[in-house]
Design a protein around this ligand. Structure first.
Ligand code: GLN
Length: 293
């Protein structure tokens, strides 16, 4: 006779199995997968530990376990994630939204509300899933948001996320920002560009390096390519009193500061949860603002 697998059996087995495969939070991962297959909240599993899974449920679960053991990110297996309290579909077409990027989003929201300017125009370069643009659109319904990406499949995903979250104030466009620029100015420009250097690409966890899109991770250079481009184009793309906020990687702040200083911008930085300088904020330096008489 086939063995009957109850929820608690599976949790115990899965915890050990994922541990052996080097998967993070093995028990939690198993609980999330079981809850997903049974279409229940994870907490509900705790009141039904002895519930056996049907053959069909086990087949579905087995396939998901296999993917996670091969170090595919949990979010791709589930097909969605949460960002700034909103649901986002995710797929290998785009980077999985990160908690650090929520910091950027939060900063922008706070500042816009604080400055109580109406009708801001916001540009998000390399929108991916659309997480930044769509969260801002949801909280700033009066603003006009423009979200650009070079990838058709990412744009498709982002558009589906805009629809899913019921936002109408985001316009999507395909552009390679390294080659062209939009023909207008914006109050705020945001980006979480690919900033991993070619050299660092080999050191990524398998979840990232083997599964997330390379184009979203690296500039195939020294990790600074997009910031060099931004320093070149932001002066002409920002309104006079406009500002920008861009995400960056560990150890990049000094170089980024210098690049933007040379382009006439004053910068400041925000730490992430690990105390790493993660977000660079910039606006025209006073000197650059002084008009010669
Ligand atoms: N803007 C998206 C995000 O922050 C995608 C960023 C990227 O692909 N580098 O998640």
């Amino acid at each position: 006779m086939e063995k009957v697998w109850t929820i608690i059996d599976l949790i115990t087995w899965g915890k050990a199995y994922f541990e052996e495969k080097g998967v993070d939070s093995p028990r939690l991962t198993m609980e999330i997968l079981i809850a997903h297959v049974l279409q229940k909240a994870r907490i509900q599993l705790y009141t039904q530990f002895d519930r056996p899974l049907s053959d069909t449920e086990l087949t579905t679960l087995r396939a998901m376990i296999k993917r996670r053991a091969a170090r595919e990110p949990l979010q791709y297996i589930l097909g969605e994630t949460e960002f700034y309290g909103l649901p986002f579909a995710v797929s290998p077409a785009a980077l999985i939204p990160r908690p650090e990027t929520e910091l950027l989003t939060e900063y922008v929201l706070k500042r816009v509300k604080q400055e109580s300017v109406s009708e801001v125009s916001i540009l998000d370069i390399g929108t991916g899933t659309g997480c930044i643009a769509i969260s801002l659109a949801k909280h700033l319904p009066e603003s006009s948001i423009y979200a650009l990406d070079v990838s058709d499949s990412a744009l498709e995903l982002a558009k589906s996320n805009a629809e899913r979250n019921g936002v109408q104030n985001v316009q999507f466009g395909k552009i390679n920002i390294l080659e062209t620029i939009p023909k207008r100015r914006f109050s705020i420009i945001l980006s979480n560009p690919p900033y991993i250097s070619t050299k660092d690409m080999s050191e990524l966890e398998p979840e990232v390096g083997d599964h997330e899109p390379r184009i979203a991770l690296t500039d195939n250079d020294d990790g600074m390519r997009f910031y060099r481009r931004f320093a070149e184009i932001f002066p002409g793309m920002l309104e006079e009193d406009g500002w920008f906020a861009v995400e960056m990687g560990f150890g990049q702040s000094e170089k980024i500061k210098a690049l933007f200083a040379a382009a006439g911008f004053e910068t400041s930085f925000i730490n992430d949860f690990a105390g790493i300088l993660r977000i660079c904020i910039g606006s025209r330096s006073i000197k650059a603002n002084v008009k010669t008489l």
